[in-house]
Design a protein around this ligand. Structure first.
Ligand code: FRU
Length: 504
């Protein structure tokens, strides 16, 4: 049954999503209309990959959170489904915050999300109480459970916060459901709680998976926890990070903690800790497992620090990253765009062993919707000083990626991309040294850039602000480099996304 609030959101998106079509990237998912943040409920269900998201259809700013909904068969072309959840119950009246989804043994689809309910303390200060709630449905319509919330302050261990208790990630192992949930411990910094249940309605607290101890930011949001390549991975999105070398920047970050997990004792032992993405616009990851056993991750390709940087008159704010296949290799999380993208390849332009020592363009290498790989190595014995790849370029604009082999530092810079906001426009990060060799793969989709370095060892995502007509791509170096270049355009159906209402 859909409430008046949910029906209003569904009517609104059906009526207005067409206005946003001209702003939509070609193969990255955006909201039908309005605001999008975290990915939610990413899962495979009855022949489709479903992706829900934090959603405020009515404006390009964050507001009372709904869950928007889309599905796909290949992660590239998406079909919008009607909004799935609206904040229409007393326990979620201030928002249906982030959560996740799982198929129940009887074939129904279960969403576990955070309900937010604002209350006023005796001293007059307002607090957002957070609890975990479920909704069960068929892949299109969802019914909130009559005994919600299923996890509330009575389920918290001593010292845990009653206010910061959110973003449950659920999974099933045999007959048991598990969920990791973010919270704050008594030192004010984040910790991740583990719960288990036989029916997803009655939960039992198992313990703390890992805790921040004020070392990697403070509150840890959007946890995810899964086995991969003989290791166990915990992903979190910390708030209030303090910079650490070039690994972590200040503010909102994303962190991969890789280690081992003892299922019996529920003990996670972390071995490696590093950033998930080194770019400017990346937060709140969520993963799922495909039927063929791949672990796929998406994230919000935006950042809380720049949420007021809207384009005037725009109908959309926020996008998802293109889904990434994950692996663990040598203690690192490896990320590469899902292989389904290759099905859409067209107009392959290839260069082999091109030697350059100044700025140049290569015939046929230009555009704003493409998949570009550039392999760089020194020419002869002498290592070059730097190599720079510029995309989205015209006389005034250009976003560049520059590699200095002597320091091993990659710099991304979007300061000349038409952005009028006084925000961070560049970042630097350290890559592994390979004697001057580096491989850069760029997914470019209108204003969205995702960079993958050395076959997914590192990733950096950022958004551009300039005009989409800046289509040139240039290559430049100080000292001689040898380049191999592969560019593919993408043969996508017009608009990329399906139309809402097709399955109503
Ligand atoms: C992370 C987050 C979550 C919360 C949601 C609210 O970006 O702050 O912790 O559930 O966004 O929209």
């Amino acid at each position: 049954m859909s409430s008046e609030l949910l029906q209003r959101a569904r009517d609104f998106e059906r009526q207005y999503m067409g206005y946003a079509d001209a702003e939509r990237p070609a193969y990255h998912l955006t909201a039908p209309v309005g605001w999008m943040n975290d990915p939610n409920g990413f899962c495979y269900y009855k022949g489709y990959y479903h992706l829900f998201f934090q959603y405020h259809p009515y404006s390009t700013q964050w507001g009372p959170m709904h869950w928007g909904h889309a599905r796909t068969k290949d992660f590239v072309t998406w079909e919008y489904l009607p909004a799935a959840l609206a904040p229409d119950m007393p326990y979620d009246a201030n928002g249906c915050f982030s959560g996740s989804a799982v198929e129940m043994p009887d074939g129904r689809h279960l969403l576990l999300y955070t309900g937010v309910n604002q209350t006023r303390r005796v001293d007059g200060v307002e607090e957002m109480l957070q609890s975990q709630c479920i909704a069960i449905g068929d892949g299109i319509n969802y019914e909130k459970y009559e005994h919600n919330p299923v996890l509330d302050i009575s389920d918290l261990p001593e010292g845990a916060s009653e206010i910061d208790f959110r973003d449950p990630k659920i999974w099933r192992e045999g007959d048991t459901y598990y969920a990791v949930i973010s919270n704050r411990s008594s030192d004010g910094s984040g910790f991740i709680l583990l719960y288990e249940s036989e029916d997803a309605m009655h939960w039992h607290y198992d313990g703390v998976i890992d805790e921040c101890k004020n070392l990697y930011g403070r509150m840890w949001e959007c946890p995810d926890f899964f086995p991969l390549d003989e290791k166990q991975v915990l992903l979190v999105s910390p708030m209030e990070m303090i910079p650490t070398g070039l690994e972590f920047h200040a503010g909102y970050g994303t962190v991969a903690l890789i280690g081992t997990y003892d299922r019996e004792s529920h003990k996670f032992r972390r071995e490696e800790v590093h950033a998930i993405d080194y770019g400017l616009d990346f937060y709140a990851t969520q993963t799922m497992e495909t039927p063929d056993g791949r672990r796929i991750m998406v994230a919000w390709m935006q950042n809380w620090a720049t949420t007021r940087c809207e384009t005037p008159g725009a109908h959309l704010y926020g996008a998802m990253t293109f889904p990434r296949e994950l692996a663990v290799r040598d203690g690192r999380l490896i990320q590469n765009p899902v292989r389904e993208l290759e099905r859409y390849y067209t107009n392959h332009v290839q260069y082999r062993n091109v030697v350059i020592d100044r700025e140049c363009n290569l015939n046929g290498i230009r555009g704003r919707v493409l998949d570009l790989t550039v392999s760089v190595k020194p020419s002869g014995n002498k290592v070059y000083r730097w190599f720079k790849l510029t995309v989205a370029q015209d006389g005034e604009h250009g976003a560049y990626i520059c590699y200095h082999p002597d320091t091993g530092i990659v710099r991304i810079d979007r300061s000349r991309c038409g952005g009028r906001f006084d925000i961070v426009h560049f970042r630097e990060f350290q890559v592994s040294s390979r004697g001057g060799e580096i491989k850069l793969r760029i997914l470019l989709d209108g204003k969205l850039v995702e960079l993958f370095v050395n076959d997914g060892e590192q990733a950096a995502s950022f958004q551009l602000y300039g005009p989409d007509t800046a289509e040139a791509i240039s290559f430049e170096s100080r000292g001689c480099v040898v380049l191999n270049v592969d560019k593919y355009d993408l043969d996508l159906p017009a608009g990329g996304h399906g139309q809402i209402g097709s399955v109503c």
